[in-house]
Design a protein around this ligand. Sequence first.
Ligand SMILES: [Zn+2]
Length: 277
Amino acid sequence: MASSETKTLKRVKRGVPEGLWQRCPGCQAAIFRKEAERRHNVCPECEFHWYVSARDRIAQVLDDGTFEPWDDSLRPTDPLDFSDKKAYRDRLQVEQQRTGLSEAAITGTGMIRARRVAFGVTDSAFIMGSMGSVVGERLTRLIERATDQQLPLIIISGSGGGARMHEGIFSLMQMAKVSAALARYDSAGGLFISVLTNPTMGGVAASFASLGDVVFAEPRALIGFAGPRTIKATIRIELPEGFQTSEFLLEHGFIDRIVPRSKLKSEIARTIDYCGK
Ligand SMILES: [Zn+2]
């Protein structure tokens, strides 16, 4: 009797379980989490596109159970013995445990509506999705395999961090390496569809993310090189409203199309067919 009473009390006290609702950064509305998840993490009130993890991207874009990872065994090291607020090697360990990822990029092959593709995705949850040596190497090998096997190449970038400063020059070199691999892929007649998501900045925007034969972006994504404050301080002019958003970049010809998340898979398949790949 006493124990059942305690149980009832506990249940009442517990109230709404934590994490059942989440606040939308786009419209500030409280959104039922399950509803947002059902809509691929897009706000039902304002269509704001929330963060999606690399693994969820794979589930959203590739046909069920078709993804096979490549170069999963590559692991980041700490070539500079770098330390900022904490040692880089410790930071890596923490990020790996927190995200369940070994690095900020997952690459491999899979099917999109029964078309085989080479597929890569970066995850902004892992040190801002920045391009360390392993991210660059995984992407380069992905592009080289796509070249050898004549596969369409799809890379979805969610990288707010650009090059990874913890790896210094080793990180900066990845921009050139990935771009060179893409140039060879292009010469071989490959089709590269680059998908930009919120955020795509810095060395990632300045290398592979901008080099697509076709560049898609999700609505209202932040896309650019340096942040607005840095640019303003450098060139000393007022920046136009919303100049680093997908919509602004579409208007100025930097991207080819804005594709809502719910249509991304179909649009990629359609583009592959349209280009005869
Ligand atoms: Zn919203």
